[in-house]
Write a protein of this length. Structure first.
Length: 234
């Protein structure tokens, strides 16, 4: 009876999030008995240029009480390389390698004239916890988590939108990034991708982004995600 109630609760949660497998899911829940699918939007990847490749970063988060148990992505073209940031630890498993949120990083190696995008997916499973890590000597430390990524996702509308994400008073800003995404069923074309732009600045302990949307956006739902990478002030 308890298992039946849990399965019913999971089904309700999937419906509430609008993430059932019949609504554009990929293979993020493959092999997982209990899984909540959380799809992202089509994230814009900077087009390749010369010998350097700029990256797009996008974070997805599971519902409370869940950790990331599976990942997948769909690409607008094959020349996009997608990876995710995992924590060090053994065994490689949900709760050790992954937590409630996961960061996707995408780079492009194709033609610069295109408008590359990718759509990330995560499959979330009930959290079971992970083991701690113990130092093996007094002069060496196991990998930890020296930085915290503080993320804000905001809708971009025609006109200018100011987005600010700050570290806390006990932290210092050590990095920043931002990326645009579109909530469309298929990859947005180059004209739609070009309809949004942004200027990012660092002001003290804050990341400030001026996001601009053209009138061409119309009814297309566009988003920008701003990342502030923070470290404990010492």
């Amino acid at each position: 009876m308890r298992l039946r109630r849990f399965a019913a609760s999971a089904a309700v949660l999937v419906a509430a999030l609008g993430t059932a497998s019949s609504v554009g899911a990929a293979n993020e829940c493959e092999g997982l008995m209990v899984c909540v699918s959380v799809p992202g939007q089509w994230v814009v990847v900077p087009a390749a240029g010369g010998s350097t490749r700029a990256a797009a970063e996008w974070q997805l988060t599971c519902p409370r009480g869940h950790v990331v148990g599976g990942l997948d992505a769909r690409l607008s073209e094959r020349a996009i390389d997608v990876s995710f940031q995992g924590l060090l630890g053994s065994p490689v498993t949900p709760g050790v390698t992954t937590a409630r949120s996961v960061l996707f990083t995408a780079t492009h190696a194709g033609a610069a004239r295109r408008a590359p995008t990718f759509k990330p997916f995560i499959g979330c499973i009930p959290a079971a916890g992970g083991g701690g890590r113990v130092p093996t000597s007094v002069s060496a430390f196991p990998p930890g988590k020296p930085t915290t990524r503080r993320v804000k996702t905001v809708r971009v509308r025609p006109g200018t939108t100011t987005v600010t994400q700050a570290c806390t008073a006990r932290e210092r800003l050590v990095g920043a990034s931002h990326a645009f995404a579109f909530a469309t069923r298929t990859p947005p074309n180059a004209s739609v991708v070009a309809s949004v732009s942004g200027t990012r600045a660092v002001r003290g302990n804050r990341v400030v982004l001026q996001a601009r949307g053209d009138a061409e956006l119309g009814g297309i739902r566009a988003f920008v995600q701003v990342h502030a990478i923070c470290a404990v002030a010492r």
